[in-house]
Design a protein around this ligand. Structure first.
Ligand code: MN3
Length: 202
């Protein structure tokens, strides 16, 4: 049994400059993400046997979580899992979409540029705070672009996330203010396609 922990960043704070500034990364990870982890642990204290479950297992079956902490697990647990993936698929080094994921994207969307356009359009159109994802539907095995609001996780919808952009204002406001389109365009430079391929192939 162990509490959930804030995962170490796979890069230093200023590694994603100029696309994502050091201050934003520091606050986003060290304050926002950390708060989700802390509040998740606090909620689970009442049902400490749930510390045996991974955050993924908790989110896959929210109905198995006691009703009085279900919303806390959905929000804070979702926040923890979503951010953990968000950091994992960012890289200071430019990578190229290739291999199996490139083939699958071509098959589903026609070509990479069309995928990128649909993903960016959905990110721009999202109203309020939330996330846009590339997921594998666990039943059909198809790739899909979906959005979720607040800290909802695709895991709770029967989908496996392999790529994600955080569209809460805290993810970009310091550098981009209201220019969400510029943040989205910059974010593409940071995607770690090697990691996406790895998640896709699991
Ligand atoms: Mn965030």
């Amino acid at each position: 049994m162990s509490k959930h922990e804030l995962p170490a960043l796979p890069f230093v704070f200023d590694a994603l400059e100029p696309y994502m500034d050091a201050k934003t990364v520091e606050i986003h990870w060290g304050k926002h993400h950390k708060t989700y982890v802390d509040k998740l642990n606090l909620a689970l204290e009442k049902y400490s046997d749930l510390f045996d479950k991974t955050i993924e297992d908790l989110l896959i079956d929210l109905n198995a979580v006691p009703v009085d902490i279900r919303n806390a697990v959905r929000n804070f647990g979702g926040g923890h899992a979503n951010h953990s993936l968000f950091w994992k698929i960012l890289s200071p080094k430019k990578t190229k979409c290739s291999g199996k994921i490139a083939d699958a994207l071509n098959k589903t969307f026609g070509n990479f540029e069309e995928f990128k356009k649909q993903f960016s359009d959905k990110s721009l159109a999202l109203f309020g705070s939330g996330w846009v994802w590339l997921v594998v539907d666990l039943k059909t095995k198809n790739l899909e672009i979906i959005s979720t609001l607040n800290q909802d996780s695709p895991l709770s919808l029967g989908k496996k996330p392999i790529l994600v952009i955080d569209l809460w204002e805290h993810a970009y406001y310091l550098k981009y203010q209201n220019r969400r389109n510029e943040f989205i365009e910059s974010w593409w430079n940071l995607v770690n396609w090697n990691k996406v391929e790895e998640l896709f192939s699991l």
